[in-house]
Design a protein around this ligand. Structure first.
Ligand code: B12
Ligand code: SF4
Ligand code: SF4
Length: 376
């Protein structure tokens, strides 16, 4: 039976941190409790359009659905860069990208790390056991499971925070037949992290954190930019603010992310990933070109249409009059009706700010686009 520190060692070798190692009974108990929370989350409509979050909560109430008669679940964290560009003014004609999306998509590489850990344990203990590895890809309530390990907690912003590491992390699990050595040390049990702090709630620009630990996804920039399909209503488009993809505000303002992290900081210059040119984005007309640029990135989740839709919104929100021509081209030529309409809405918004010749140009373009839309 592997001891908790042996699992932690294997995790460290893969650049991961151990968050929890739970026997079946504890995991099932937690998931049953959280299931009730999910029910009320669904009832209040907080899940928005995310159909996968609206599935019957019984699916989430056990891990037997992913590995029948499993014996334990290990939760592990993979840190990603923190967003240190939030105080850098946005360059004109650019949009912000949340730091989880700066590197290649995390799902596959993280899963491979988890598989390597499981294989190492098999070798080390000369025992074959059934296991399955998951990263954000099954009906698993990852944060409550991570929290049960007592090394960190979910904060008021809804994110799992481990003091010393912060919250800029992905969470993944190994569900398996491994027996657990339950000797968890209790001297570092984290109970209340936030105390009287409320920085995340105060700084969330859309008041999406509607109650302690509770996020109304429908108001969250991350949801609107990544998960919400189709057109964005004018109020939603405004809510994106400067964010082209995701949002880091409630993490960046959290004191647990501002100190030094226990792991070495990544010294890569991520500015080219943190700020993306709206002009270049709005020029991507073909799926092939989108794939050439973004295959393997987090943008694949929403695809070309959604990235361009968001770029139109950010252009209007940031008063980017310098890319009016690009918006006009999008409004008339893009193959996606959603992109065309979002471009027209943004042009309408920018018209109010333009003066002289610029204003006449937008007016003419809008009249032509409107005529064409009515004729179609
Ligand atoms: C749906 C989803 C979203 C949705 C909705 C988020 C939400 N609050 O549910 C949207 C698109 C908005 C989103 C945004 C982001 N997400 Co997301 N998301 C998920 C996903 C796929 C499911 C989450 C889920 O089941 N939610 C349902 C609710 C009911 O459960 P829960 O959030 O797991 O847990 C809640 C309860 O435990 C409750 N709770 C716990 N204790 C207590 C105590 C009390 C008193 C109360 C009332 C409640 C309570 O609060 C928890 C947090 O809301 C998970 C992956 C997964 N399978 O878990 C990733 C995941 C949560 N997301 C992740 C990330 C990185 C993000 C973003 C940071 C990305 C970005 N930069 O834009 C943002 C952060 C926004 C935020 N403040 O949470 C990571 C979080 C890592 C971490 N440190 O916590 C995860 C775990 C993915 C992963 N495998 O790494 N996400
Ligand atoms: S991710 Fe942004 S919009 Fe969503 S809760 Fe955090 S600060 Fe608010
Ligand atoms: S900002 Fe403050 S209240 Fe919000 S999660 Fe961090 S410590 Fe908790």
């Amino acid at each position: 039976m592997p001891k908790i520190n042996e699992i932690a060692e294997c995790a460290t070798e893969q650049g991961l941190s151990l968050l929890s190692f739970l026997p079946r009974q504890s995991a099932e108990h937690i998931l049953q409790k959280e299931r009730a929370y999910l029910d009320s989350y669904q009832e209040k409509g907080y899940a928005g359009q995310m159909s996968y979050l609206k599935r019957d909560s019984s699916l989430y109430g056990t891990l037997d659905t992913v590995l029948k008669d499993y014996r334990s679940v290990v939760s592990l964290a993979w840190l990603y860069p923190r967003n240190s560009y939030l105080h850098t003014p946005l360059p004109e004609g650019y949009g912000r990208v949340a730091s989880y999306a700066w590197r290649n998509d995390y799902h596959q590489p993280f899963k491979e790390k988890l598989i390597r850990i499981a294989k190492k344990l098999e070798l080390k203990f000369d025992a074959q056991f059934r296991y399955r590895c998951f990263v954000d890809a099954a009906p698993i309530l990852e944060r409550p499971l991570a929290q049960a390990g007592a090394v960190g907690r979910v904060g008021r912003n809804g994110l799992f925070i481990r003091p010393g590491l912060g919250s800029y992390m992905f969470i993944g699990e190994i569900v398996s037949d491994l027996e657990v050595d339950t000797a968890l040390t209790t001297d570092n049990v984290v109970t209340d992290l936030c105390k009287s702090c409320c920085r995340c709630c105060e700084n969330c620009p859309t008041q999406a954190l509607v109650a302690d630990y509770t996020l109304d996804a429908r108001r969250c920039i991350s949801y609107l930019s990544i998960e919400k399909r189709g057109m964005l209503a004018p109020s939603e488009s405004l809510q994106l603010g400067e964010w082209l993809w995701g949002c880091d505000i409630c993490q960046a303002c959290c004191p647990y992310n501002t100190g030094r992290r226990a792991l070495p900081e990544d010294s890569t210059d991520y500015s080219a990933q943190a700020f993306i040119s709206l002009r270049e984005t709005l020029k991507i007309r073909e799926e092939r070109e989108f794939l050439r640029l973004y295959q393997g990135s987090a943008f694949m989740r929403g695809g070309r249409q959604q990235l361009l839709r968001n770029a139109c919104c950010v252009a209007a929100n940031t008063h980017a009059l310098s890319i009016v021509d690009q918006l006009i081209t999008c409004g008339s030529e893009d193959s996606s009706a959603i992109v065309r309409q979002q471009a027209m809405l943004s042009l309408g918004q920018l018209k109010g700010e333009a003066t002289g010749i610029e204003c006449i140009k937008i007016d003419n373009a809008l009249a032509k686009l409107l005529y064409r839309t009515q004729k179609a």
